[in-house]
Every structure is written in C-alpha cells, then in structure tokens.
Design a protein around this ligand. Structure first.
Ligand SMILES: Cc1cc2nc3c(=O)[nH]c(=O)nc-3n(C[C@H](O)[C@H](O)[C@H](O)COP(=O)(O)OP(=O)(O)OC[C@H]3O[C@@H](n4cnc5c(N)ncnc54)[C@H](O)[C@@H]3O)c2cc1C
Length: 482
C-alpha cells in the first residue's frame, strides 16, 4: 500500500483509527480457522461512525485497494482473513445498542455489538435475541449477520437471517443503502436486505441492523443422554425430529470432545459414553417437562443409558457450558481442522458412521460436536503440527467429510461460511449457473471488486465487468501452515 493511501485514510479519521505497525496489523490477519489461506493487510482501520466507514470505502475505491470488513475475528472459514496490501476494516468500535423497542419487539444496533451483550441488554425488557453461536460471548452482530450464524437454540428459533428486519450498508461507492423495515411484514421491492446476510463482507459494510426479538423463554428443562454408539445417537435425533418434537436445543458431542472438556475443566462428564446428546425445552412448566420426558423416552428406545433430566436451571447451564467448551477443548489437543457440514436430519446417523470410517481409514482423530437438531455437525480433525504426514491425512479427511456431506444431500457449510477455506467446494456444491448469478450480483454491487476479494468464490476473469478486479488477491496468498 502506498503512503498516499495511508495519508488519504488519515485525512478523514482520528489518529487512533488507522494502524500500520506491521506487528499490530499482522494480529488482524487471520480468524480462528487455522489453515485457511490468508494474506497480509497493510493497514487496519477502526472506525467509530458511519461517516468514517464511508470515508474508508471511498479512499479504497479511489485507489482500487481491497477492504476486508471484520468483526471479532472469531470466524471459522477465513472469511475475515487479511488480503495482501489491503485495508482490514474492524467494526468493533461501533458497538452501541441504539434502541430497544419492547412495544415492537425489536432492537437497533451497530455492527460491533457483541452477541451476548445484546442478549443481556434486552433481557430486562422481558425480551430475547435467539441466535446464539457458541462464541456468543465475543463474536459480533456484524459478523453474525455476514455469516448468517446459527447456534445452539436455532433448532427451535431459526438462524440469524430469521431475525433481521433492516440493515444499513455502506456500498462500494460510499453511499449508504437503507434496506428492510421495522414492521412485522413488508414486501416492497426486491428483498435486498437478505443479499447481505451471509455475504461474508463481499458486497458491502453493514453499519446498522434492526433485529427482531422474541419474548424471553421460560426456565428450561434439560436432558443429557449417553449413547454407546454414534449410530444410536443419530437414530435418537431422527426419532425426536420424526415425532414432531421441537426442543429449544438438541446438541451432540462425541467421546473425543467429552474427554477433552472433562480433562480440561473436570465437569464430571460421562467419559465412557461414545456420544452425549443434550436437549432442552424452554416451553415452561409441565409442557417443558412433558416434552423432555418424550425426548428421554425416544433416547432410551434408541439405546441410551443413562438418561438424566433436570429442571434445575444452574445444572442445565453447566451442561450447556460443557457443550460450548467443546471446540476450545479440542484445540488444546493440537491444531484443528473444523468442518461444518449440514445434512438432512434423517441422515445424521450416516454422517456420524461415515466420519468414523474416514477417521479409521486415514488414521486421524476426529472429534464430533454439533447442532444435531439442525443436522449441522462440526467433525474436527486434530492434527499434530510437527507431523507432516498427519497434516496431509488430516486435509484428506477434511475433504472426505465434505464429500460425504454432499453425497448425503447436505451442504458444505451450515453456518461458518465459505471464506477462503471452501471456495472450490462452493463451486462444486452450487454449480455453474448459481456461480454465474453470484458473480453477476457481485459485479452489480461491487464492480471493482474491492470488498473482501478472494472470499466465497473465485474472481471474475480479468476482462469481465468494468473495473480492475481485485478478487484473486487473497487466494494468491495460498494456504497457511497448520
Ligand atoms: C469456539 C467457537 C465457537 C463457534 N460457534 C459457532 C456457532 O455455534 N455457530 C456459528 O454460526 N458460528 C460459530 N463460530 C464461528 C464464528 O463465531 C461466527 O462465524 C461469527 O458469526 C463470526 O463473528 P465475528 O464478529 O467474529 O466476525 P468475523 O469472524 O470477524 O467476520 C466474519 C465475516 O463477517 C464479515 N463481517 C464482519 N463484520 C461485518 C460488517 N459489519 N459488514 C460486513 N461484513 C462483516 C467478515 O468480512 C467475514 O466475512 C464459532 C467460533 C468459535 C471460535
């Protein structure tokens, strides 16, 4: 990046908003996906206002410099990884909750608000923001919107997109698009708002969101069931879904995860269980009790032993904490390649059995944790950084799991996104027609390709569109060592 770009950035921003120290900038180069390709940004900018975001985008557009929007950097697909010579635009200082409107059950927030802070802020109003990624105590609403994040209670309530009413987005020309509404219903024009949900920062910078809220759920009843085989646990999930039950949470963790968490936190988990299934009902009182009793019965029929249920809220919270700790606990065992396949819920048993077969065939350890009720699993390959042969086998296992997911009628990503990690796989999943439509939308909104190049899908041919296409910049950086 030239000095002229930095000087132009500084001209419209406070001194502390533009960081160029190479060590500091390098600390924003990656998210939490350990082996996703990443480039090296030249500057990090931390705006506080929409006008500052507009200034950054206009400077970037004027100089044809890439801009990578970034929240907390908790992503698991390399979506906010740096781009060589680019600007990483970190939205965490725009973290105000602008409005909580109990009468209309909505909140208006800036993108840097942390998910758990929003949940805590609306709770005294008797309200609830359901999408709850396991990273909810540090990931941001902007990141959640841009990955269309899911979470633990999405099995009942839906994912982030189901709670978005309106967005403000800074477009590639620096103008602010206001799209969406504050009403429950509304069909005026194309649904432009949804284009930006899950776009992984490739179409614009979200600077404000209007989010729908729900009434606060009732205190939960919790179940934990231990299974001797993954197949039995998969059968139980299929039975619960098939019976028409809608628990507010239905999560799974296998023995590798159980032992990793228990080694770390000593939570007295059942280390002998092959798989633990966790379920909750937040329907309240007798209804919740009845719902969980029915889930318990279906688990027993599928072979679970023991099956434990509790209406004690604190005990339920601790069991959920164990589930939320699964990924960080696996990271203590080595480098991790975290997959994110989602399959039809009737195919969960096949996915679990197939993943176990892949682990045996390639002689790698794979821990499985996931949102069983959504059919969204995170088979996580553990890798010894010092063992090159194991690294190669781990990558092969990662790909084999994606292949398996697609063959079961699933998708390569249920919630983490494509990022730099699965660009080739997106093309394979959606096919050439969908890819052409993706590119047309990108070209219409970001003709010079300044936003998050190299993410989600590969660049346009050099002669396409109107401007200088920057989209191949990030992929050029190649994979990082594990
Ligand atoms: C331990 C752990 C558990 C996790 N559990 C879950 C889970 O249960 N469910 C789940 O869905 N994810 C989960 N994740 C992944 C991650 O937390 C989510 O993808 C989250 O939504 C990312 O938010 P972030 O603020 O960290 O965004 P970042 O990682 O910084 O960015 C993510 C994407 O959003 C874009 N972006 C960020 N802000 C903006 C903006 N204002 N405008 C435009 N684009 C923007 C970035 O360019 C990037 O493409 C987990 C991660 C970890 C480490």
């Amino acid at each position: 990046m030239t000095d002229a770009v930095v000087a132009d950035l500084r001209a419209g921003l406070p001194d502390d908003a533009v960081l160029v120290d190479p060590d500091v900038v390098a600390s924003y180069a990656r998210d939490m996906a350990m082996f996703a390709p990443a480039g090296r940004p030249s500057a990090v900018v931390l705006p506080r206002t929409v006008a500052e975001v507009q200034h950054v985008v206009r400077v970037a557009a004027g100089h044809r410099v890439p801009v990578v929007p970034r929240g907390a950097g908790s992503g698991l697909a390399g979506s906010s990884n740096g781009v060589d010579d680019g600007i990483t635009l970190v939205l965490t200082r725009m973290a105000r909750i602008l409005e909580i409107d109990p009468a209309n059950r909505l909140a208006v927030v800036e993108p840097g608000v942390v998910n758990a802070d929003l949940r805590a802020a609306v709770e005294p109003h008797g309200l609830f923001y359901p999408p709850d990624p396991s990273s909810y105590d540090w990931c941001t609403i902007g990141g959640n919107l841009s990955t269309n994040a899911g979470g633990l209670c999405c099995v009942k309530y839906g994912v982030t997109t189901d709670f978005v009413l309106g967005l403000h987005v800074v477009l590639a020309d620096g103008e602010v698009l206001r799209t969406g509404r504050r009403t429950v219903k509304g069909v005026a024009g194309y649904d432009l708002m949804k284009l930006f949900v899950g776009a992984e920062g490739t179409l614009g910078v979200i600077t404000q969101a209007t989010l729908a809220l729900r009434p606060l759920p009732r205190p939960p009843v919790t179940l934990v069931a231990a299974f001797g085989t993954a197949a039995a646990a998969g059968a139980a999930v299929a039975a619960v879904v098939g019976a028409g039950l809608v628990p507010s949470l239905l999560e799974i963790m296998d023995q590798t995860c159980i032992r990793a968490v228990d080694e770390w936190k000593r939570m007295e988990l059942d280390r002998n269980a092959a798989v633990l299934l966790l379920a909750q009902s937040d329907s309240g009182g007798e209804t919740a009790r009845d719902e969980i009793d029915r889930v318990a019965e279906l688990c027993r029929r599928a072979g679970a032993e023991p099956v434990y249920t509790t209406a004690d809220v604190e005990e339920g919270r601790l069991l959920l904490a164990a589930r939320r700790l699964a990924l960080p606990a696996l990271e203590r065992l080595g480098a991790t390649l975290i997959d994110d396949v989602a399959v039809p819920r009737s195919a969960i048993a096949d996915l679990l059995a197939g993943t176990a077969a892949i682990a045996r065939r390639l002689d790698v350890t794979i821990g499985i944790v996931g949102h069983a009720g959504d059919g969204n699993m995170h088979p996580t390959v553990i890798v010894d950084r010092a063992d090159a042969g194991q690294q190669a086998r781990a990558r092969a296992a990662f790909d084999a799991i994606l292949d398996l997911g697609l063959s079961l009628g699933g998708t390569i990503t249920g919630e983490h996104g494509v990022g730099t990690l699965k660009v080739d796989w997106l093309a394979r999943e959606v096919g050439p027609v969908s890819l052409r439509v993706h590119r047309a939308i990108k070209d219409a909104l970001d003709p010079d390709g300044i936003f998050n190049p190299g993410k989600v899908f590969a660049g346009l041919p050099p002669d396409a569109g109107t401007g200088v296409h920057l989209r191949s910049a990030a992929v050029a950086a190649g994979p990082a060592p594990i």
